[in-house]
Design a protein around this ligand. Structure first.
Ligand SMILES: N[C@@H](CCC(=O)N[C@@H](CS)C(=O)NCC(=O)O)C(=O)O
Length: 223
């Protein structure tokens, strides 16, 4: 039996969604973030030394990293679904997105989260304006332009085909859901980018996405 080590409000939501799309049975072991630090509880380090979510266990296999997990589950249980055939341009594209989501899209989104917290974090009165000023400068001069660059890129890519890896819904769309949802929560995505906006509505309407929300529980990337 596949076990998804699921942290509330986290990337493991997309693993539940993938498993619902595939119709593969799984069980969930739940972990709660520390409400102050937002970090995962230490028990998760007993499953994988980094203690991040998602992690899955499947028999002898313990695997972390969303992209690796998605590829493993789709290859092992997909019976040809959710991964375009090997050797095709669509498969190369799908692989590209599996890496891009965490390797390129998430870093500026994480910087946005961190520097926004620095802007609003409690600090002694003589430090606060300096911390706020530095955070504001980093956001304005680096982070926000990077977010715009990625948003424009993603919007343009969805003009080439119905889904990110081609005309079929694929694992790439599941992997990209997390950054696209984070862009909507804090990265400047709104209805002004109609293809990405419609992508969000389309994925949210999928019955498997809805089932995964029911099994995963609270999920909101707003901060
Ligand atoms: N690149 C990793 C990122 C894993 C990650 O940072 N997960 C977050 C949840 S979205 C986490 O576990 N945060 C809690 C912590 O760092 O303690 C992946 O895609 O799996």
């Amino acid at each position: 039996m596949i076990t998804v080590h699921h942290l509330n409000n986290s990337r493991s939501q997309r693993i539940l969604w993938l498993l619902e799309e595939l119709g593969v049975p799984y069980e969930i072991k739940r972990y709660q973030r520390d409400p102050k630090t937002m970090l995962a509880p230490p028990e998760l380090r007993q499953i994988h030394p980094l203690g991040k979510s998602p992690v899955i266990t499947d028999g002898e296999v313990t695997l972390a990293e969303s992209g690796a997990i998605i590829e493993y589950l789709a290859e092992r249980y997909g019976q040809g679904r959710l991964l375009p055939p090997s050797g095709t341009p669509e498969r190369l594209r799908c692989n590209y997105w599996l890496h891009y989501a965490e390797g390129s899209a998430m870093p500026p989104l994480l910087l946005k989260l961190v520097f926004r917290r620095v802007e609003t974090a409690p600090a002694p009165f003589f430090v606060k304006p300096i911390a706020k000023g530095i955070a504001h400068k980093v956001l304005q001069s680096f982070v926000d332009p990077q977010l715009k660059l990625h948003l424009d890129y993603l919007e343009g890519e969805l003009g080439k085909s119905a889904w990110f890896a081609g005309n079929e819904f694929s694992a790439a769309d599941i992997q990209l859901s997390f950054p696209v949802e984070a862009f909507a929560a804090r990265g400047g995505l709104d209805a002004g980018r109609p293809r990405l906006w419609a992508f969000l509505q389309r994925i949210h309407a999928r019955p498997a996405y809805q089932r995964a929300l029911q099994s995963g529980g609270e999920y909101s990337l707003g901060d």
